[in-house]
Write a protein that binds this ligand. Structure first.
Ligand SMILES: [Zn+2]
Length: 50
């Protein structure tokens, strides 16, 4: 399953690879990965579950 995220280097939404789900300091879930095109680290904040 491919995750799309905004890449600051490509300046567009790209496919994210090596996706890992992480939890931020404030307890919100987020996805961490790399841009499939340029390899830049990407970060995507997930909507908080209620
Ligand atoms: Zn990129």
């Amino acid at each position: 399953m491919a995750e799309m995220a905004y890449c600051v280097k490509c300046r567009t939404k790209t496919e994210m690879v090596n996706v890992q789900q992480v939890t931020m300091k404030n307890g919100r879930p987020a996805l961490k990965g790399k841009c499939s095109k340029c390899g830049t680290a990407m970060f995507k904040i997930l909507p908080a579950k209620k």
